[in-house]
Design a protein around this ligand. Structure first.
Ligand code: PXG
Length: 297
């Protein structure tokens, strides 16, 4: 694969950054994970918007206009001859000295990786996921806002490790008040009596782009009522269906939470309908930017 770093494509083996980059030294930077389906970059505008919002929140100036960044994402997919792909855009604080002071980092670094997507095995979609509730709480919004997609992922990584060690697929993080927030790399939904619930953004979550697309599809294609409402772990045990959404996962049914079986222990019927609708939508031109029709940067 050819990787874009600061103005040029380099071979994967040569795609390296300085050990003085504050992205590495301090996790000082932001990123996006994006997918393309059949040559269409899914929700490209939304991802670019979120990237620039994350950068603004951490006082990081991206040395490129949003439109040029959108074109670059398309170009990276095209340059690597991809149609279905996973694109990782990183903007790091750039090279500085060994102190925290961002003023010592004169220029942010831009990295764009477009590679083949490693899909979850079809088996996971069929059997569903097992979740645990992590002992770690989601970082509160007044500490490091989860709405910022920053390079600081230790909160999420340690929660995910807890899940793996318990032979589970994902971990649910609660907020400071004990309400369900989100999973380590996915948003969470519960369905009860035909109504779809998902935690509101103020609970302290990343406002997932897949989440928003799924909320829209549930309402418009399945005619379901979707509400952003706080809920607790015991309320989730009583749900008819639970599922998670994310760029990597898309939509995956949840069949167990903390050893409690959800519904009948299989991904629910509405979850399965949503997966079908999502897959049809993701491959449609209306869902994304066409990679092989846009002008090259
Ligand atoms: N919450 C968190 C904490 C995330 O990191 C999501 C929700 C879902 O957001 P989107 O916009 O993707 O629907 C994410 C993003 C991976 C991976 O390899 C997943 C994410 C980030 C980085 C890597 O599975 N999910």
């Amino acid at each position: 694969m050819k990787i874009w770093i600061d103005g040029e494509y380099v071979a994967q083996e040569d795609a390296k950054i300085s050990v003085y980059d504050h992205g590495l030294l301090y996790g000082d930077g932001v990123f996006e994970g994006i997918r393309s389906y059949g040559g269409f970059v899914f929700q490209l505008e939304e991802h670019i918007d979120r990237l620039y919002a994350s950068a603004k929140a951490i006082l990081l100036t991206i040395p490129m206009e949003p439109k040029a960044m959108a074109d670059l994402v398309c170009d990276a997919v095209r340059t690597n001859g991809l149609k279905d792909s996973y694109i990782r855009v990183l903007v790091t604080r750039g090279k500085g000295d060994l102190g925290l002071d961002m003023r010592k980092c004169p220029k942010a670094s831009i990295i764009v990786i477009a590679d083949k997507i490693q899909l979850f095995p079809e088996e996971v979609y069929n059997r569903g996921m097992k979740l645990i509730v992590s002992h770690l709480r989601r970082v509160p919004p007044d500490t490091l806002s989860p709405a910022i997609k920053s390079l600081n992922y230790l909160n999420n990584i340690l929660a995910r490790a807890e899940a793996s060690r318990a032979d589970c697929d994902e971990a649910i993080l609660l907020n400071r008040d004990g309400y369900v927030a989100e999973c380590s790399g996915d948003n969470i939904f519960a369905i009860r009596r035909g109504k779809v619930y998902t935690p509101p953004v103020y609970v302290g979550i990343l406002e997932g782009i897949t989440r928003n697309a799924v909320m829209h599809l549930a309402e418009t294609k399945l005619g379901l009522k979707v509400v952003e409402q706080v809920f607790t772990v015991p309320q989730m045990y009583r749900a008819d269906e639970v599922f998670v959404t994310g760029t990597g996962a898309e939509i995956i049914g949840v069949v167990e939470v903390n050893g409690r079986i959800i519904g009948n222990g299989k991904p629910g019927p509405l979850t399965q309908k949503l997966i079908k609708e999502f897959r049809a939508y993701a491959c449609s031109p209306e869902a994304g930017a066409a990679v092989y029709q846009t002008a090259s940067v």
